[in-house]
Design a protein around this ligand. Structure first.
Ligand code: NAP
Length: 285
């Protein structure tokens, strides 16, 4: 079976159209637009790429985007004070801390000083807790992007065997809760699963397989259950190529749907960041 490609760009464009329409309506009603502020500490090439992409998407959707760059000599306390100032500023409706941050800055502690009502990345414990309760509009961008990809297939998640490989706080763990909320029978694999030598056993059962590890080819193509939906979150540089965590060619002969890498999850995440920003704007009045 040759799998259908789950391309993120087309899904991102559909999501953008919805977000743009919402921003237009909200602006007409409130006479102002959502405003996302990105806090960057020091200059960093990869952060600059994200900022450029975020600004482009934000502005195309009518969202104000503002970058605040602090010197890399700043202390943790001073950076946290800056976030506190943004929290209290009514003109700012959403905040994101750009990664990476310089050594000596605790990025998680810094991000947790963002008020939940201004948390564009959906990573504040209170916002993560809402996912646990199944009552959420915003969430971690990558996990939310995976859900959009899965929903785009039209396949029911109810009762399906879903296997996630990787249990990070930004992808695997929140995604496990999101899938559980849809009543998928959800298994989460991690380093101990690999060490015990049973990773293949779990993957072979998966009707929905999501892999977010960061190791090229860790999932062998012949482990993929025929007809499975495969979402490969991994990004790995191999020589001059970017590849995922799943052996793409072999897996796509067995899967019903599969994401390309690059071009699967990645193009959707920035749009989800903007959707989160709009959801936060709605609760700011
Ligand atoms: P991470 O925090 O390093 O998490 C990787 C996970 O994989 C951990 O839970 C780790 O378990 C698990 N793992 C490691 N070796 C394993 C093995 N042999 N068997 C089973 N599980 C294993 O990474 P992340 O931030 O979630 O990102 C994962 C990948 O997704 C990376 O390639 C990253 O670049 C990519 N990513 C892509 C996007 C996008 O927009 N496309 C966004 C975010 C991330 P332990 O923690 O127990 O070691």
């Amino acid at each position: 079976m040759a799998a259908k490609l789950l391309e993120g760009k087309a899904i991102a464009e559909k999501l953008k159209a919805v977000v743009r329409q919402e921003v237009d309506l909200l602006r007409a009603k409130q006479n102002r637009a959502p405003k996302l502020i990105a806090l960057q500490i020091g200059e960093n090439a990869s952060s600059a790429v994200y900022v450029k992409a975020q600004r482009k998407v934000a502005e195309s959707l009518g969202i104000e985007y503002w970058l605040e760059t602090l010197p890399d000599t700043i202390s943790q306390a001073e950076a946290e004070q800056k976030i506190s100032d943004f929290n209290k500023d009514h003109s700012i409706t959403a905040i994101i801390v750009q990664l990476p941050v310089p050594k000596g800055i605790d990025a998680k502690k810094l991000a947790n000083t963002i008020w939940p009502a201004k948390d564009a990345e959906g990573m504040h414990p209170q916002n993560l807790g809402r996912i646990l309760l199944g009552n959420y509009k915003i969430g971690p961008c990558t996990a939310m992007a995976v859900m959009e990809l899965l929903e785009s297939t039209g396949e029911k998640l109810y009762g399906k065997e879903a296997v996630i490989v990787g249990h990070s706080e930004i992808v695997g763990k929140p995604l496990a809760l999101m899938l559980l909320n849809k009543l998928a029978t959800t298994t989460v694999c991690h380093i101990a699963t690999g060490e015990r030598g049973v990773l293949a056993d779990h993957v072979k059962r998966a009707e929905i397989l999501v892999v977010a590890v960061g190791k090229a080819g860790i999932i062998k193509g012949d482990w993929v259950k025929p007809g499975a939906v495969v979402v490969d979150v991994g990004i790995n540089r191999v020589g001059d190529k970017i590849v995922g965590d799943v052996e793409f060619e072999a897996a796509s002969q067995r899967a019903s749907y599969i994401t390309p890498v690059p071009g699967g999850v990645g193009p959707i995440t920035t749009t989800i960041l903007m959707r989160n920003t709009v959801e936060l704007f709605k609760i700011s009045f």
